[in-house]
Design a protein around this ligand. Structure first.
Ligand SMILES: [Zn+2]
Length: 461
């Protein structure tokens, strides 16, 4: 009798009911099925090559919504639906044009730029002005209006190559992209050019969202990124000819908001249907590439998680929900709307896992919660050892799922190898040919395994 009670207790503490298979066997089956019969790569081929770049509000984003719902519909899930979300609609317009004008040094030289997301355009005639190069906000402040008024500010700050995890380098440089235009405009700048946030030396300019200060006394000025190679050209030209002029023309603009959707599918839990585990990525992608890594990969992996559960006939105790969020890149309104609806409906979200760091070889997970929860997830590390996934750390979960933090959800980010991510990120180089089938599927298998472990053991808090 006594041992029976202890046994029962032990099972309930471990969260394993009698008859359930040991995690090692199920995880092995998940990896085997993903590597042999996974569909994420095939789906990504369609999303990237047939639909392509799909910024929120664009016709391509609408196509991606319809198509990914159709894919979810083929999996035999318990429900698939679209969640309405109103999104901003910014368009790039014609391809941007830029040149350095230096009659004494080398005449005119065309350079590669692209508008930063949500920037205003330059008007028909473009902007032509002298350039002042700075490496940080402090330098900008020191130059003040006397050094900046009437000029284009050129933020030439290379990403720090010393970080092993490139997201740290991105994290310390992205403030210039986000706030650089308004900071420069405070001192009377007429334009802003940013060295692309990339660790590669090539001709691709990398876009990304920026914002203008809410202070209406600060002029909105057009903001663009220049390729890293052309940033070097501009910088050395300025050393030879500090009086050179820079000309650029962009006709990007903000159109009225548009109705779009988060795409959602779920398998209902057998024991705790009201407790939800989310897996997701963001369906929108910048218009200058095909968004294969950012974040087509994460979306297709998330669909793959549900597909693997269905193929292997794993009936989860909790509800497993795949969410393809809209508008992460220039507003994150999909993530905000999802959390708002979850809150209104009093939904309990046990955990949310996001894949939004590229479709590269998975190295680990970052867990955004208290240390006891981080340690619980770290203890599952042993199940991932055979699959060469070794790093489970406290850290950021993901932008789209971050809004679930206030309802107490444990947030987890898939952490793939990051060495090449920023070579492609937000640029014309983010294309399907950069994604490897096995690496993509290993990520999907890692996510499905993590979902399975959460489903079996729960989150202790
Ligand atoms: Zn992304």
């Amino acid at each position: 009798m006594k041992t029976g009670i202890i046994g029962l207790l032990l099972f309930s503490i471990l969260g394993i009911s009698q008859g359930q298979e040991a995690p090692g066997k199920v995880i092995h089956d998940i990896y085997k099925t993903a590597l042999r019969n996974g569909k994420a790569y095939h789906w990504l081929d369609y999303l990237a090559n047939e639909i392509g770049g799909r910024l929120a509000g664009s016709p391509q984003a609408a196509m991606a919504v319809d198509w990914s719902k159709q894919v979810l519909d083929t999996l035999g899930l318990d429900s698939v639906w679209l969640q309405p979300v109103i999104v901003p609609h910014w368009i790039r317009g014609q391809k941007e044009y830029a040149k350095i004008i230096s009659p004494e040094y080398f005449g005119e030289r065309e350079v590669n730029i692209c508008a930063l997301g949500l920037s205003i355009g330059t008007g028909e005639n473009g902007i032509t002005a002298p350039v002042v190069e700075v490496s940080d906000f402090k330098e900008l402040q020191e130059l003040g209006p006397a050094g900046i008024k009437g000029k284009i500010v050129f933020f030439n700050t290379p990403m720090n190559p010393e970080y092993i995890q490139t997201f740290h380098a991105y994290g310390s440089s992205v403030k210039y992209r986000w706030a650089g235009a308004s900071e420069a405009a405070k001192y009377g700048a007429v334009g802003m050019i940013l060295r692309s946030l990339s660790l590669a030396h090539d001709q691709y300019p990398h876009t990304g969202v920026m914002h203008y200060s809410e202070d209406s006394t600060i002029q909105k000025i057009p903001a663009a990124a220049i390729s890293t190679l052309d940033a070097d050209v501009l910088s050395s030209a300025l050393k030879e000819d500090p009086g050179l002029l820079f000309h650029y023309k962009m006709n990007c603009e903000q159109l009225p908001d548009v109705l779009s959707y988060n795409v959602i599918g779920e398998i209902r839990g057998t024991e705790f249907p009201d407790k939800i585990i989310v897996v997701g990525g963001h369906l929108d992608a910048w218009d200058n590439g095909d968004g294969a890594h950012d974040d087509g990969a994460g979306c297709m992996q998330s669909i793959e998680v549900l597909s693997l559960f269905k193929t292997l006939n794993i009936q989860p105790r909790h509800t497993i929900r795949c969410v393809l969020f809209m508008n992460e890149e220039n507003g994150a309104r999909g993530g905000k709307e999802y959390a708002k609806v979850a809150k209104e409906n009093d939904e309990y979200h046990l955990a949310a896992i996001e894949s939004d760091a590229g479709g590269f070889t998975p190295r680990g997970f970052s867990v955004q919660d208290t240390m006891p929860v981080v340690e619980q997830v770290q203890a599952w590390g042993k199940w991932f050892q055979p699959y060469d996934l070794h790093r489970i750390e406290k850290g950021h979960g993901g932008v789209d799922i971050s809004f679930l933090e206030e309802i107490g959800t444990t947030l987890i980010g898939l952490r793939p190898d990051s060495q090449r991510y920023f070579d492609y990120h937000h640029s014309p180089a983010d294309t399907f040919d950069k994604v490897n089938l096995r690496e993509l599927e290993l990520g999907a298998a890692a996510m499905a395994s993590m979902v399975y472990l959460i489903d079996v053991y729960g989150i202790l808090k």
